[in-house]
Design a protein around this ligand. Structure first.
Ligand code: PMV
Length: 359
């Protein structure tokens, strides 16, 4: 499919008002997206586990209006929020060509997260995905007749234009984004991984250790930009393709040892790219490294297949198979919680994707 296939061609403009509500989960990348070109096209392919508990819930109420400006209000956790407005304004500008009714309505956007506010967990993936799904639903109310496959693709396409990784939050359990030769894929939207998946990966666990709940010092927008002209960019992009091909085999065989190697290498490579860009920066904190070392020691001592991954921040995602749940949780409580702010961590696991809450 091309970008043109996502333009809403005609719609019934008699609809006066209505509302829709979606919940959409966050996701955690196993092969990381880092580096993009206009318009939000990834420089390398990525794949992620969709999460289950960390979600954004968004209700959009639309009312017909006069005038040709964008008009919207945002309420975050019940309170009017001005800080999110520029991001939504940019999002609307980017998607207008595909969603031509945006200037015809006033939108009240009410949104909340299931994870604690300012936990250092990026809400842009779940947030943009939930909003995109609401807009695609509104297209249907305006008369568009979409198959469920097209509905999901268009929602993911729009979500991508809000925040790249958001396109991987529409569906579960594993979603690929970015063209590559190993898996069915597109640069324009996420696609559910449709290869063989060994039962070792069923209900995979992700416990998110909240090491640093503050604002990131460097935004991912800037981080992506710094991959232009980065001395190691070309090799990094090649490596991501290679890791994806290896993961495909790992998913089929259930080879957790290689899973751990690929996933941890990806996390450290992401941060290595940050540390070697111009300007360079470090998002890990001392406690991030303490946790990584403790995980390595525990794995060596017990033969466990627990591993870590990182997002663009200091928090650590601890990944492990469901059959290790009791042991790893004890380990986390005993040895890792002390490195978290207020000993806080979030229990999550792989999930199935977004859900329509109210039509
Ligand atoms: O979606 P963005 O532009 O916030 O980029 C996020 C990139 C990482 O979270 C660091 C990796 C990924 O693939 O999710």
């Amino acid at each position: 499919m091309t970008e043109n296939d996502f333009i809403l061609k005609s719609f019934n403009s008699n609809l006066e008002a209505g509302s829709v509500k979606w919940s959409s989960p966050s996701n955690i990348a196993l092969v990381k997206y880092w580096g993009k070109r206009e318009p939000q096209i990834p420089e390398n392919p990525s794949i992620s586990f969709t999460l289950s508990n960390c979600k954004t819930i968004t209700e959009v109420t639309y009312t017909k209006k006069e005038g040709s400006d964008f008009s919207f209000d945002i309420y975050f956790e019940g309170e009017k929020n001005e800080a999110f407005k520029p991001k939504i304004q940019t999002f609307f500008e980017r998607i207008e060509a595909y969603v031509p009714f945006l200037r015809d309505y006033h939108f009240k956007i009410e949104t909340s997260n299931t994870f604690p506010h300012s936990s250092g967990i990026a809400s842009s993936a779940s947030g943009m995905s939930a909003l995109a799904l609401c807009l695609t639903s509104i297209e249907e109310y305006l008369g568009a007749d979409y198959t469920s496959d097209y509905f999901l693709k268009k929602s993911s396409f729009l979500a991508r234009l809000g925040s790249g990784s958001a396109c991987r939050s529409v569906e579960g359990e594993l979603v690929v984004w970015g063209q590559n030769e190993s898996m069915e894929s597109s640069d324009l939207y996420g696609i559910k991984f449709n290869g063989d998946l060994h039962s070792n990966f069923k209900n995979y666990q992700d416990t998110i250790l909240l090491v640093d709940k503050g604002e990131k010092q460097v935004s991912s927008t800037l981080g992506h930009q710094l991959m232009h002209g980065h001395p190691f960019a070309k090799e990094r992009f090649k490596q991501a393709h290679h890791h994806l091909a290896q993961l495909k085999a790992v998913f089929a065989s259930g080879d957790l040892e290689n899973f751990v190697k690929i996933v941890e290498s990806e996390a450290l490579t992401l941060h290595a790219m940050m540390m070697t860009s111009e300007p360079y920066f470090i998002l890990m904190k001392p406690n991030t490294l303490e946790i990584i070392n403790k995980i390595w020691t525990y794995r060596k001592a017990t033969g466990s297949q627990v591993c870590f991954t990182l997002d663009a921040g200091a928090n650590v995602h601890v990944l492990y198979p469901e059959n290790e749940k009791d042991d790893v949780l004890q380990f986390i409580k005993r040895d890792l919680a002390v490195y978290c702010q207020n000993k806080q961590y979030l229990l999550d696991c792989v999930g199935k994707g977004a859900q329509l809450i109210k039509n």
